[in-house]
Structure formats: structure tokens, C-alpha cells
Design a protein around this ligand. Structure first.
Ligand SMILES: [Zn+2]
Length: 165
């Protein structure tokens, strides 16, 4: 189902239009006419990318969907800690991230998470409380050895996406 998602340009609150539709005034910060509206849809079996990284081509092939770009920016900001955060800041980030995920995904949807370990347990429980299913991507490191003409061995490593856990 395609959803109309509104993002307040003043306070970054994400709304599902038509459900908690604030129309012209943000219910959170009361700023008027600052809503950026995007259309977003993700199939039921799809996985919403709630990490700050762009999904790899393999992950996209496995059904990972990027959030709309204004939401991606907010997600990246909420996942980045430039200094030691307080516990309440960590919980706030988890709550806001789960709110964005709930606006973009539907009941039971898988949400790919990753980032600072101290945030993940909070994020997992906030997502579960909102009826979403947090998952982690698992990738395997593959090292290739190649013999060069001069007899040296060149090692290259890459990561192969194997699934979600
Ligand atoms: Zn606002």
C-alpha cells in the first residue's frame, strides 16, 4: 500500500497523512505549512532499512527498501552520537526512530537495524512495542587470494549478504 508521509521541516516529526494527518500545522511544534510530503510504499514482505547506511545491491535484491530521502537524513542523524550521550538521549533516539519506522512500515513489517550497540536494545523494544519486527543483516566475509605475476599474493575481502536474523 502506498502511504503519503509528511515530514515537518521544522522539527522532523514524521506523519502518516490521512491517519494522524496534521494538514497544514505540525501537531508537535505548531509550525504551519512546513510539511514536506512524500509518497512511500513497501510490500508486506519487504524490509525497511532503518540503518544510516545505504542498502547494498545484494540487500536490495533480498527485499530491503530505503526510506524516503528526507526521512533517511533524520534517521542518520538519530543514529549518530558525536559525544557521550545520556541514557535519556539514547532512549529518545530509539523512540523517535521507532516512530519514523511506524510511519513508513506496516504492522509486523521487518525493519533492518544496526548501529551503536548501546542503542540497539532500546530500539528493538521500541520497534516491538509498535508491532514491528527488528532484524539484523548477516553478511559473511569472503577472502579471495590471487597470485600476481611477480609471485606475490593479493588478498581481497568482501562481504556477502546471507540473510536476516
Ligand atoms: Zn513540527
Amino acid at each position: 500500500m502506498e502511504r503519503e508521509v509528511g515530514i515537518c521541516t521544522a522539527c522532523d516529526t514524521v506523519y502518516v497523512m490521512g491517519i494522524d494527518d496534521p494538514r497544514t500545522t505540525c501537531a508537535d511544534c505548531l509550525t504551519g505549512y512546513g510539511l514536506q510530503v512524500v509518497w512511500f510504499s513497501i510490500p508486506e514482505e519487504g524490509v525497511l532499512n532503518l540503518t544510516q547506511h545505504q542498502a547494498t545491491p545484494e540487500q536490495v535484491a533480498a527485499g530491503v527498501y530505503e526510506p524516503p530521502s528526507p526521512a533517511k537524513e533524520i534517521i542518520s542523524r538519530l543514529l549518530t552520537f558525536d559525544r557521550l550521550p545520556t541514557l535519556s538521549e539514547v532512549i529518545c533516539s530509539a523512540a523517535e526512530l521507532s516512530e519514523i519506522a511506524a510511519a513508513l512500515a506496516t504492522e509486523g513489517q521487518r525493519v533492518m537495524i544496526g548501529g551503536a550497540p548501546f542503542l540497539m536494545s532500546h530500539l528493538e523494544s521500541w520497534l516491538r512495542n509498535r508491532g514491528l519486527t527488528p532484524v539484523y543483516a548477516f553478511s559473511r566475509r569472503v577472502v579471495k587470494e590471487e597470485m600476481l605475476p611477480n609471485g606475490e599474493v593479493r588478498k581481497t575481502s568482501s562481504f556477502v549478504h546471507e540473510g536476516f536474523i
